[in-house]
Design a binder for this molecule. Structure first.
Ligand code: AMP
Ligand code: ZN
Length: 452
């Protein structure tokens, strides 16, 4: 499998550290509100990556953190007069419910920041001992100047070094770089933990270094997140981890591009967000049911993960139509037997080419439209769905009413012979039986709209 590695800024052949196994860490949600569909775009991309690796025969050990302590969470809990855990538990639950609806596989572990404070403290102690960190009035800071490789992931050319400046806030400045907080000293009405360097709470970045290394070891294969995390979050993770261990932290860094709305990043701070519930509730024209979560998944698959995707309701409607159409066709197929090897191979090549899912989707449709026996197409589509994750294995077979199959065949013969008057009559007859016929370039398709 070839993957674009942000560390080398090149597409590279993926090689795991241990044969046949992959250790993969993905930055998880900050649970102070509902996760929005921009976040879901990143989580779906990571799910596709994991499914693709599994498809290639790797055993993937996937770890995703739950950020249940940071500035935003503390502020929200205070504003709503809630205990921190009551607030985070609610949104954590909602996160897992949505995850399932989008057919995202669960990670092997979901460590919570608040349950891994001792691991974070241990790393900070090492960083202080080694001279990479120092104590200031309000906490412990990482000194970026002490780590010569700082910037190797994000490239700092376009950013200014704010010498002597320190960042304590989790909401950071993207234009400059400076020392960042590993630990924030205890403040009034804030949760805190005892530590050898003073009571307080962790900064945001140290959380991911600690939990990833705890679960996957000091050196592991893949680390992912959305591209907004490239700087400073992932850059800081590298600095803290490598300074502490003296080893390379992660081999492959993959960053998913953003979901936009009207050309702007979907984000809580801009107030242009939609949640999965908004998507489900949004009615389609002509009084149809709201969108399915899997239509959103389908939409995400139509764009490459390294390209921005502008979200519109029209594009979601097109994705919903495509998915419904796909299901309708599969429902009319014979049971799966031997698949179409060539098309399956093309599909695999597309996926292995840095997750070229738009191409993979095109091959999936090529398979659907091909004149291979439906039993073969059916098998191949199920194979492809191991990566796509569109739930195509759960489609109920459509059962034609008695006599309908004969009428469909008869009509097909009439059409071939150019007898459209008679074939139209049969179409009407089928419609009365609850079978809709649609004539396409690839031949006639049927769909059962009511069962007798
Ligand atoms: P957060 O809960 O804000 O830490 O974000 C969780 C994940 O969603 C991170 O990997 C972010 O990079 C990613 N993310 C945030 N906004 C967007 C967006 N508009 N499009 C795609 N990914 C996003
Ligand atoms: Zn992270």
């Amino acid at each position: 499998m070839k993957l674009y590695n942000y560390l080398s800024k090149k597409v590279e052949e993926f090689k795991p550290i241990v044969d046949g196994k992959v250790g993969m860490y993905t930055c998880g949600p900050t649970v102070y509100d509902y996760v929005h569909i921009g976040n879901w775009r990143t989580f779906v991309f990571e799910d596709v990556l994991k499914k693709a690796l599994t498809f290639d025969g790797y055993k993937v050990n996937h770890v995703m953190n739950i950020t249940d302590i940071d500035d935003k969470i503390i502020k929200r809990a205070r504003d709503e007069s809630l205990e921190l855990r009551d607030l985070t538990a609610k949104y954590e639950r909602a996160f897992f419910e949505d995850l399932e609806k989008l057919n995202i596989l669960r990670a092997n572990e979901y460590p919570r920041a608040t349950e891994n404070i001792t691991t974070m403290i241990r790393i900070i102690v090492v960083l202080l001992d080694k001279g990479f960190a120092y104590k200031a009035d309000d906490g412990v800071y990482f000194s970026v100047e002490k780590f010569p490789d700082y910037g190797k992931l994000s490239g700092l050319e376009k950013r200014q070094l704010k010498k002597g400046a320190r960042i304590n806030d989790d909401l950071y400045d993207k234009e400059s770089w400076s020392d960042f907080a590993l630990w924030k000293n205890k403040k009034d009405r804030e949760p805190s933990w005892p530590a050898p360097f003073g009571e307080g709470r962790p900064g945001w970045h140290i959380e991911c270094s600690a939990m990833s290394m705890e679960a996957l070891g000091e050196h592991f294969d893949i680390h992912c997140g959305g591209v907004d995390l490239l700087f400073p979050h992932h850059e800081n993770e590298i600095a803290q981890s490598e300074a502490a261990t003296g080893k390379k932290f992660v081999n492959f860094w993959l960053e998913g591009e953003h979901l936009l709305v009207d050309g702007q990043k979907m984000s809580k701070s801009l107030g242009n967000i939609y949640t999965l519930s908004d998507v489900i509730k949004k009615g389609l024209p002509a009084g149809r049911q709201g969108f399915e979560p899997l239509a959103l998944r389908y939409l995400f698959l139509t764009a490459h993960y390294r390209s921005k995707l502008n979200f519109t309701w029209e594009s979601l409607e097109a994705a919903q139509n495509a998915l419904s159409n796909l299901r309708d066709q599969i429902a009319t197929w014979d049971d799966p037997k031997i698949g179409c090897a060539g098309l399956e191979n093309d599909f695999k090549n597309a996926v292995n080419n840095d997750l070229d899912m738009p191409r993979a989707i095109a091959i999936m449709w090529e398979t659907v439209k091909s004149d291979n026996p439906t039993s073969a197409k059916h098998r191949s589509i199920l194979v492809m769905d191991e990566v796509l994750g569109l739930g195509l294995g759960e489609i109920k077979k459509a059962v034609l009413p008695k006599g309908a199959k004969e009428l469909i065949d008869e009509r097909e013969e009439l059409r071939k012979a150019g007898n459209f008057e008679e074939s139209d009559k049969i179409r009407e007859e089928l419609l009365e039986m609850g079978v809709v016929i649609e004539d396409t370039f690839e031949g006639s398709k049927w769909k059962v709209i009511k069962n007798e």
